[in-house]
Design a protein around this ligand. Structure first.
Ligand code: 8YV
Length: 323
């Protein structure tokens, strides 16, 4: 049997690679820095499928270099790096991996909130620095009876809400539309501005779109409580990094805990990292063995289905999914 020609743009788990290699001739980018279009051009010329890892920009330039591609599968739920309109106009279905990373990402988002509130990471530094005897670690803050404001109440937002409720927190949320299952969620809808002023902890889980880009800027930080904790597990681009820096250094808000940044990765000498009231982890929301495996296998399945002209399981642009 003739094998499909596939390009993989970066790291992929061995289980998913093996499943793909059974049916495909694979060319895989090996370097740790993501490829530029020109670097892939030769491979893309006759590629039929594209497996995207490492978040390269799938834009007009890349699609123009890949005229035979009939499916794109990405191993992540977010797809802000992909020009979906351009894919749709070429009738290329794009697969992502919703669902399978919900609980792991919610654990990390809530974990950031808890870690920052209780200074867990600072305590660990303190112990290692031999400071246990002597100075007192600054006190943290309670979660119990506090209000968490979730911006972006999709599956991950709801999973964070459940964790917060288990800790005795009141949950309010903002979403493009109020959710009809509000009662079941035991979370109350607020306008964006109401949420900013009322929340003790703000957890951001909204996708990055042209509308959400920079939605947290100077004006928004100024509306938050001076005691507010700001947690971002969505995309760095929803925040104006300079405004966040200023809000933290001027103590307009108390603390930030970030899984995602802009730029990403954040260089080690970035001014944000010099602040005492911030915690940053390197985009590890979905980074557990089980979750990354499920993501890679779902993305591999989408790729193979698309190559066979069959409907992708999870397709972003369903109007061009195969039937
Ligand atoms: C990362 C994520 O993409 O799924 C998403 O949208 O942000 C994460 O799961 C992860 O780095 C996968 O490459």
């Amino acid at each position: 049997m003739n094998k499909y020609k596939v390009v993989i743009t970066g790291e992929i788990l061995p289980s998913a690679l093996a499943a793909i290699e059974e049916q495909c001739e694979v060319r895989k980018w090996q370097k740790t820095t993501p490829p530029r279009v020109e670097e892939l051009a030769e491979w893309l010329k006759d590629a039929e499928g594209l497996f995207v890892t490492g978040k390269i920009a799938v834009n007009e330039a890349l699609l123009a270099a890949a005229p035979k591609v009939r499916v794109i599968a990405q191993s992540s739920v977010g797809y802000d790096n992909i020009d979906i309109k351009a894919c749709t106009s070429r009738k290329i279905p794009v697969g992502n991996t919703p669902g399978v990373l919900v609980e792991a990402t919610a654990d990390l988002a809530f974990g950031l909130l808890l870690t920052a509130a209780r200074r867990i990471h600072e305590g660990w530094d303190w112990v290692r620095a031999g400071k246990w005897q002597g100075e007192q670690l600054p006190l943290g803050v309670d979660l119990y009876n506090k209000t968490v404001g979730i911006v972006g109440m999709g599956a991950i937002g709801s999973a964070v809400a459940r964790r917060a409720q288990a800790s005795g927190m009141k949950v309010i949320y903002n979403n493009r539309h109020p959710r009809p299952d509000q009662e079941q969620l035991k979370a109350e809808y607020r306008t964006f501005s109401e949420l900013l002023t009322a929340a003790d902890f703000i957890v951001v889980l909204t996708p990055l779109t042209p509308e959400s880009r920079g939605m947290f800027g100077a004006k928004e930080f100024a509306q938050m409580k001076p005691t507010a904790y700001f947690i971002n597990a969505a995309r760095g681009g929803v925040v104006d990094t300079q405004a966040l820096y200023k809000a933290l250094s001027d103590k307009l808000i108390a603390y930030a805990a970030l899984d995602v940044t802009d730029p990403e990765p954040l260089p080690a000498d970035h001014p944000l990292l010099k602040l005492p009231n911030i915690l940053v982890v390197p985009h590890i929301g979905s980074a557990t063995t089980e979750t990354r495996n499920r993501m890679a296998m779902l993305a591999a399945e989408n790729l193979l289905l698309g190559l066979a002209g069959k409907p992708l399981v999870t397709c972003v642009n369903s109007e061009v999914n195969y039937r």
